[in-house]
Design a protein around this ligand. Structure first.
Ligand SMILES: NC(=O)c1ccc[n+]([C@@H]2O[C@H](COP(=O)([O-])OP(=O)(O)OC[C@H]3O[C@@H](n4cnc5c(N)ncnc54)[C@H](OP(=O)(O)O)[C@@H]3O)[C@@H](O)[C@H]2O)c1
Length: 428
């Protein structure tokens, strides 16, 4: 059997711990598949966990020393953070001609292009299967399995925390704040949940998928981002009545005006492949001109699924299977031509809280008519003269800019008492 692949793991938390366990428990299987052993030679963590199989393997508290003082072939960076120590050690390892495997989508979204350039010029591999949709091998699917296609769009549920919250809100009828607090108590949401619920984590992952799907340089700044804080139990209930589920989606789509990259709550048909994906599960849909629609579903986070993806990258490195970081060499990636959000066309759900007084509905209809927004359906349950009632409208495909102007006019109507809630409807 050939020489062992020497692996250094920086970060022994959820994913690092899972990776160390998988390397130990599947050592025989991995050696057989790679034709050589995958050997853990050193680790770094602020505190060395007692419950990991690390006998005889040193742990550095300073990851820089791991790089400087260890002989390794691959650095597995699992500390996290878009810059700081993670970027420092990944850069140092690549600069030495070593390989880097990471699950760190924040770092890739911000510095992926530079790290790809460094890897490809110094002879190393920069791999990140675990960074998007955890255990689902979607990076490899886009980069290799679907490489013969011109992809039209890639979209998905990329954040398990948001999907868990939205699913639980639907199943229990409870509101966002209560379900978020419960998710935090159960460990499904971070103490500071903003990265997840404000859509930033989904945007990081979407920016990576866009680059792979369209051969463009990652452009996080051109992702339109909205999170799920404003989704209410009432909207989820109305969605259900209209035949939809509300999901936080990341959508990358090629349009005549450029590439759309958007993250926001969407209503998707209940029976669509994505509408049925519940709880902490993730799903990614890629549509290509020859293959048609492909759907990938599975666990998007957690120690074991994420370790599965990390170690798949290690196997590729061990066997010498190589592709350019983003599918084509870094210097041939194109600058992304962004399609402005105002130019997006789609259907919309609008919920208004209005005073039930004569004439209000005519005012709302006039605002829509004046902006050439064509109404599809109206839902108003019962009447309560003089009181506030929810009114739900859906509109046919329209231009985002016109929709926003119409919403602005509607919110200025005296009888409209709260900020209108708007959710885009996707016909997936
Ligand atoms: N959790 C998931 O399911 C998941 C899924 C996909 C991708 N990811 C990504 O994977 C990465 C790791 O996530 P995680 O959930 O495993 O994080 P985590 O549980 O917080 O673990 C981070 C680890 O890094 C160590 N660390 C932090 N700063 C360090 C430093 N300066 N020097 C040495 N060690 C340091 C921590 O040590 P101490 O514990 O001693 O502080 C800990 O062992 C992140 O980029 C994350 O976005 C996570």
């Amino acid at each position: 059997m050939s020489e062992a692949l020497k692996i250094a793991v920086a970060g022994l938390g959820t994913v690092g711990g899972g990776t160390v366990r998988l390397l130990a428990e599947h050592a025989g299987l991995l050696a057989e598949r790679a034709g050589r052993p995958l050997r853990l030679v050193a680790t770094a963590a602020l505190e060395r966990p007692a419950d990991l199989p690390l006998d005889g393997i040193p742990t550095f508290t300073d990851a820089r020393r791991l790089i400087a003082e260890t002989e390794f072939d691959v650095l597995v960076e699992l500390m996290g953070g878009s810059g700081g120590i993670a970027l420092e050690v990944a850069t140092a390892a690549l600069a030495k001609g070593r390989h880097v495997v990471t699950a760190n989508k924040a770092m890739i979204a911000h510095h992926g292009a530079r790290l790809a350039e460094l890897a490809e010029t110094s002879g190393g591999v920069f791999a990140f299967e675990a960074a998007v949709a955890g255990g689902i091998p979607v990076i490899k699917a886009l980069r290799e399995g679907l490489a013969a296609n011109r992809l039209q769009q890639v979209y998905g549920i990329l954040n398990g925390t948001c999907n868990y919250i939205l699913t639980t809100m639907r199943e229990s009828g409870r509101d966002f704040a209560e379900v978020l607090a419960e998710a935090q108590a159960l460990g499904y949401a971070e103490a500071d949940p903003s990265f997840d619920i404000d859509g930033v984590d989904t945007a990081h992952k979407l920016a990576i998928l866009t680059s792979l799907a369209f051969g463009t340089v990652i452009d996080l700044d051109r992702v339109h981002i909205e999170g799920i804080r404003h989704v209410s139990a009432l909207d989820i209930q109305y969605a259900e009545e209209l035949g939809y589920r509300i999901k936080l989606l990341g959508v990358a789509r090629r349009t005549a005006a450029g590439v759309e990259q958007r993250v926001h709550p969407c209503m998707v048909p209940i029976r669509s492949s994505i509408g049925r994906v519940d709880g902490v599960f993730n799903a990614v849909v890629a549509e290509g001109d020859y293959v048609g629609r492909t759907v990938f579903e599975g666990r998007g986070a957690g120690a074991n699924p994420t370790a599965s993806a990390v170690v798949a990258d290690l196997l590729d490195i061990a066997t010498g299977r190589r592709t350019p970081t983003f599918g084509i060499p870094w210097h041939r990636l194109q600058a992304l031509e962004p399609a402005p959000m105002e130019g997006h066309r789609g259907a919309y759900y609008i919920r208004l809280m209005v005073l039930d007084v004569p004439g209000v509905f005519a005012d709302i209809a006039a605002a829509l008519r004046d902006e050439e927004v064509s109404m599809e359906a109206v839902l108003q349950r019962g009447r309560a003269p003089g009181e506030t009632v929810p009114v739900v409208l859906t509109v046919h495909d329209t231009l985002e800019a016109a929709m926003m102007r119409a919403i602005g006019r509607i919110s200025r109507i005296d009888a409209v008492v709260e900020t209108p809630r708007l959710i885009r409807i996707e016909d997936f």
